[in-house]
Design a binder for this molecule. Sequence first.
Ligand code: SAH
Ligand code: SF4
Ligand code: F3S
Length: 484
Amino acid sequence: MYNDNPTINNLKDKSVDESRQGEALDLKTPNTEGGKKFYIESYGCAMNFSDSEIVASILSKEGYSSCTTFTDADLILINTCSIREKAEKNVRQRLRVFDKTKDKKPGVLVGVLGCMAERLKTKFLEEEKLVDMVVGPDAYRDLPKLIAEADDGGKGVNVFLSREETYADISPVRLGSNGVTAFISITRGCDNMCSFCVVPFTRGRERSREPFSIVAEAQDLVNRGYREVTLLGQNVDSYKWKNPETEEMVTFARLLEMVAQVDPRMRVRFSTSHPKDLNNEVLYTITKYHNICNYIHLPVQSGNSRILELMNRTYDREWYKERIDKIYEVIPDCTISSDIITGFCTETDEDHKDTLSLIEYSNFILSYMFKYSERPGTIAHRKYEDDVPEEVKKKRLTEIVDLQNALSLKSNLKDVGETFEVLIEGDSKKSADEFRGRNQYNKMLVFPKNEGLKPGDYVFVKVRDVNSATLLGDIVKHHETFNA
Ligand code: SAH
Ligand code: SF4
Ligand code: F3S
């Protein structure tokens, strides 16, 4: 999944944004009045946002409490993304702003975390003089040590990727949380080598987290009132864990079932599925449990088999179509979303038309759409020329976005008059008199509040009006659990 903003997940044209804007994350940590304060800003995919919660947990044990204004902080952290050039530019711009704070408050430490830290390593310290720490995604346990070194006037770097680290024993401190939906990381890293992608270099080999710690985390969330979890990984369907005692293999389908059984009131989502690994067992598991959402994010990247081969996606157009057919056969009401890269090396107008036709065939409710951005060190950078002119990339992107918006609107129009079970996530963005929440199909609904209802409650909402991003409706009844 590359979900720029998975919790918001609006169907708007947000999908062409480079990455989710940095966000100050509010942290409810134990009371550490008078102690040191940290501020963390996260960019990139949901995995990074989830990692920031692990970082918060590590720091809270060191007596740090969070703040939401960086000028108040003793430690400023920026959790970075390298996926496209623009994502990295955003981070550099942000660092210029932090520069000014450092001028005013000399004791403040600035740390760069995440994928850009791993990609640039010590080069970061050479290029960005104000940065005190560079910490890669597998090295967050070292943060206290690196902070101590930096406090002593040194510069701390740890960017070694690990084959074992899953942070399974760290209980994330939920940041900026709505108290209803949460992410649970189930794998780290990626073993696929999509030729355009920097992630295998910044996040290392794939590791699956021990399943009982995942179930325990889900149980803990339910106990604290959460009602939805999203299982996260670059390629969740390749999750596998062998029980060292029984030799039993836990597959993704089995894990999904284990998490679904934690509590029928808790919805389960997952992201991202890779078309080569999404198997029928997963589809049957989705149908078996009411609380597993009938929604799959299945990035296609391109609709042309030659381009897919150059991308090293290991499936072709026909394979993808077969997966789509199977999803709609097993789960007829399932909604599907996608990621698309336009203007990859050697892509012709005809190849581009194949992408348009596959989007139409698949009937995606939403896509995250990007112009190809060459990343240093990737296979595509080494082997192929980034030869599609910028104007052509732009034009093709516009065509893809227009088509996707039309499909999103068409899909939403079909929902007018329908009633959906919706989990209330909080106030709507526009008005405190309205709630917002999603149905299982990952569509956002906005509806007037009813007395006595609160985030975390389920309600039935009848759709009255739509646009391409949102369904507008009215509550017709509410209940406490799925099965009530
Ligand atoms: N693991 C996920 C994707 C993670 S990256 C998967 O395989 O689906 C999120 C998305 O960013 C990708 O799906 C792809 O559409 C896009 N992306 C990755 N590298 C890119 C690049 N070099 N240029 C443009 N978009 C890219
Ligand atoms: Fe990147 Fe491909 Fe791995 Fe996704 S599956 S993270 S696109 S290498
Ligand atoms: Fe995610 Fe960006 Fe890294 S998409 S894995 S934060 S490069």
